[in-house]
Design a protein around this ligand. Structure first.
Ligand SMILES: NC(=O)c1ccc[n+]([C@@H]2O[C@H](COP(=O)([O-])OP(=O)(O)OC[C@H]3O[C@@H](n4cnc5c(N)ncnc54)[C@H](OP(=O)(O)O)[C@@H]3O)[C@@H](O)[C@H]2O)c1
Length: 243
């Protein structure tokens, strides 16, 4: 496949390495000083977009306009999702977005949904989410933590919204799900969901050891998207079905 990288930072470079290992050709590398217009003049099978929250939407819309399928890893642009979805539908385009491309995290998402269903009747437990990332990360909470939170909210009768801040104490009844964000040197991404009661704690945890897992998932997603039309997620790639 001929792949264009939109964003050539930590993730763009990690994706390049994996894509070349898997036999693909990188035909463009565009950073903040580069021009998207160069993509219109060449054959690109799939673009992979890992830039920054305030740049993602215009990059995605450009790809859709030009008929280039686009895999999107940039997080924190979800409020613009309806506009992007409308553009994909109007142009009969192709987009795959994941807040986290790691295979392990997508399995973790499924375990989180199932655990939330099991815990829903047990109101003596208080659930909290903790996420830890490297110091350069621009958004907080992480897109992955927001996905985890939305899956818990979708399976809870008592929680109505998530909030960024201090974790909730077990004795406090609240309809808010707390997400606590920490920024530490050299942490690719750690997420913990814990349910605490007076008598015990249940915890599930995913810890990325490097960016390789995200990069591999993004390349597998690009291979999946090539030749398809519509909007997809990693659940489609990994054939994880939600119950
Ligand atoms: N979904 C996932 O699995 C996953 C995993 C890891 C990270 N992420 C997300 O991916 C994004 C990028 O992460 P990163 O660690 O690679 O960040 P990074 O190292 O800061 O790299 C960002 C890159 O985007 C470029 N850029 C900025 N504005 C641009 C624009 N308008 N057009 C084209 N390129 C532009 C930057 O160029 P300059 O260097 O010239 O500024 C840089 O090359 C973040 O939103 C992060 O949260 C997602």
């Amino acid at each position: 496949m001929k792949i264009a990288l939109i964003g050539y930072g930590k993730m763009g470079k990690a994706i390049e390495e994996i894509a070349v290992q898997r036999g693909h050709e990188i035909v463009a590398k565009i950073d903040a000083t580069g021009s998207l217009e160069s993509l219109a003049d060449q054959q690109v099978d799939v673009a992979i977009e890992f830039t920054r929250p305030d740049a993602a939407v215009q990059n995605i819309l450009f790809c859709i306009e030009k008929g280039i399928p686009v895999v999107v890893g940039t997080t924190a642009w979800n409020h613009e999702f309806p506009r992007v979805k409308a553009a994909v539908e109007t142009k009969n385009g192709a987009m795959l977005y994941a807040s986290n491309f790691s295979v392990g995290v997508n399995i973790f998402f499924e375990i989180n949904r199932r655990l939330a269903q099991l815990m829903n009747p047990h109101t003596e437990y208080t659930v909290n989410i903790e996420e830890i990332h490297h110091l350069q990360k621009l958004d907080a909470p992480s897109g992955t933590a927001v996905s985890i939170a939305n899956d818990i909210l979708g399976n809870s009768s008592s929680l109505k919204q998530w909030k960024l801040g201090e974790e909730s104490a077990p004795e406090v009844q609240s309809d808010e799900l707390a997400i606590t964000s920490f920024r530490q040197p050299d942490v690719p991404g750690t997420h913990v969901v814990s349910y605490r009661s007076e008598v015990d704690t249940i915890e599930i945890r995913h810890e990325a050891h490097s960016r390789k897992g995200f990069a591999l998932g993004a390349v597998i997603a690009a291979e999946f998207l090539n030749g398809k039309k519509g909007i997809f997620t990693m659940s489609d790639v990994l054939k994880i079905t939600h119950k």
